[in-house]
Design a protein around this ligand. Structure first.
Ligand code: GLC
Length: 552
């Protein structure tokens, strides 16, 4: 049966972090030719799309999330021709390509900002968000309102000496926010989006899209400490994040994508908020917006069958078909999932099973498939700017115990391809931009390819099955009642059905399979699992996928 749904509803996305993926020219920094050279790994793995973190011209103070030219490539990563080759080669191998768009801000070294900050009257004066401030009791300039940055730093405003005005910087001080109310800026940004779409890009991941439009009247945020998406906030973000104008911009951007043949380009938003807010990004006031939004609850959750079951049920309710939820446990900002799982590869196999068999788009981060772990790097050695601004005072012993990594370098170490020095990321003798994890001698693509029981081969098997079975990539999901430590669900599309059963407990358990489950076992994460009609006996931290088509 041909799939009537657009490709992105059933794809698997793999995030490539260019600086750490593969270094083709021996300078210790990954590059676009490096990615091109490794596309076969992604084909073998069985993903459908790559999302490439920013490789545009940039001073790299936030590793490319501080763009200095949206239309050009940073020289250490290659050229515009390399970017085109990446798109074309990926397509030739059947992969879709998503680029990463940082629409909220630029680098303060972007020529637009250099011009904008130079006077109140230059042609780009209003391409960024400038405001007069207040005067403090000490006579010094004070920002116009109480807005805190997304990192909850006291000020979302930075002082521009030449203009004697404040500029908005929602993330870090060197990332000034663009003014999307300015017609010329808007037109230029949309044209830039068209340029990449015209070159064949299949879509974009949208960086901190939730902050893109702010309250025009600059009203104070409510003073309400709270936990939002698992993160502590000193104040509400009612006038800085998820404003009504964000949803309009999402729809406008969608319209730009839909100008292109096939209407099948995809927008994936990095946005945070409750289900009502997230759904408004997808569809609001009769207009379609982003196709997909990240759901980060799985990533933030501890490993627990009860918690995961609750989240699966919630995602099903919040994003019923034809909406599509996303499942993600790792990215370049957050701790490696295997490290959060205490290094237990059995648990990693269970999590992989869930990601690849639930209804939704899985988003994997490079190295997740081989079980890469955090590489501890002290705050004082951080290349990442965040420790420098939020954790200067933090003692190292406390940093080591933090569940999330304040120094994001720890989750961005080079991809581990081989056991050799340089890990196949770079040549032997070259100093990579971040240290290579010592566990690369055993944890790498080459070694794991040769080991039938490796995590890598488990991911490959899961993704091959997912591609093969319509029920898995496009079917509906029914979550079954189950005992505390287990998760059981059915995926079904017409006559094609599979049952997935997982034991997340530390004892062997009998798992009733209620519906179907009498067919052959398609995959098992642990050879000790035994499946009999209607019942699976699962060792601790084990998962099975069973064919249920015959009993449909
Ligand atoms: C997003 C990116 C992060 C970056 C920030 C500012 O959260 O994932 O890496 O530092 O936006 O662009």
């Amino acid at each position: 049966m041909p799939d009537a749904q657009p490709w992105w509803t059933s794809t698997v996305i793999y995030q490539v972090y260019p600086r750490s993926f593969a270094d083709s020219n021996g300078d210790g920094v990954g590059d676009l030719q490096g990615i091109i050279g490794k596309l076969d790994h992604l084909v073998d793995l069985g993903v459908g799309s790559i999302w490439v973190s920013p490789f545009f011209k940039s001073p790299q103070r936030d590793v490319g999330y501080d763009v200095a030219d949206f239309r050009d490539v940073a020289p250490e990563y290659g050229t515009i021709d390399d970017a085109q080759e990446l798109i074309d080669q990926a397509h030739a191998k059947g992969l879709k390509v998503l680029f990463d768009l940082v629409l909220n801000h630029t680098s303060d070294e972007h020529p637009w900002f250099v011009e904008s900050r130079s006077s109140r009257t230059n042609p780009k004066a209003d391409w960024y968000v400038w405001a007069d401030g207040l005067t403090g009791r000490d006579g010094k300039p004070k920002p116009p309102n109480n807005w805190r940055s997304e990192l909850q730093l006291p000020r979302r405003w930075q002082w521009g000496e030449e203009r004697q005005q404040w500029y908005l910087a929602s993330f870090l001080s060197f990332q000034p926010d663009l003014n999307w109310r300015h017609p010329e800026l808007r037109a230029e940004m949309f044209d830039m989006v068209r340029m990449w779409l015209g070159r064949g890009v299949d879509g974009f991941r949208l960086d901190i899209f939730g902050s893109i439009m702010h309250d025009e009247a600059l009203r104070d945020n409510d003073r309400r400490p709270m936990i939002e998406s698992g993160m502590p906030r000193v104040q509400a973000s009612n006038h800085t994040v998820n404003t009504d104008e964000n949803f309009i911009l999402a729809a406008d951007l969608r319209a730009v994508c839909d100008e292109f043949e096939g209407d099948d380009r995809v927008l994936l938003g990095e946005v945070f908020g409750g289900p009502d807010v997230l759904r408004r990004y997808v569809h609001d006031k009769g207009r379609d917006g982003l196709h997909l939004v990240f759901l980060f609850e799985f990533l933030a959750s501890t490993y627990s069958a009860a918690k995961y079951r609750r989240l699966i049920a919630q995602f099903e309710t919040d994003f019923p078909a034809p909406l599509v939820p996303t499942y993600v446990v790792e990215n370049h900002d957050r701790a490696r999932s295997l490290s959060r799982l205490g290094g237990d590869l059995r648990k990693a196999r269970v999590v992989a099973t869930l990601l690849c068999t639930l209804r939704g788009v899985p988003v994997l981060y490079q190295g997740q498939e081989i079980g890469m772990e955090n590489q501890y790097i002290p705050l004082r050695h951080a290349n990442d700017p965040i420790p420098g601004v939020v954790a200067r005072w933090l003692p190292e012993w406390l940093n080591k115990r933090m569940p999330e990594r304040l120094n994001r370098d720890e989750v961005r170490t080079p991809m581990q391809w081989t056991p050799e020095p340089g890990a196949g990321f770079t040549a032997d003798g070259v100093t990579p931009w971040l240290p290579i994890n010592a566990n690369h001698r055993t944890r790498n693509v080459e070694t794991e390819t040769a080991d039938a029981d490796s995590l890598l081969n488990w991911y490959r098997a899961l993704l091959a099955l997912r591609a093969e079975r319509t029920s898995l990539h496009s079917g509906e999901l029914t979550l079954l009642e189950s005992i505390d430590e287990t998760i059981v669900f059915v995926r079904r599309s017409g006559d094609d059905a599979v049952v997935v059963a997982a034991n997340l407990g530390s004892a062997t358990l009998q798992v009733p399979l209620a519906l179907g489950g009498d067919g052959p076992v398609l995959l098992t994460s642990d050879r000790g699992a035994v499946v009999r009609p209607g019942m699976a006996t699962l060792p601790p931290h084990a998962a099975v996928v069973i064919d249920a088509s015959t009993s449909a």
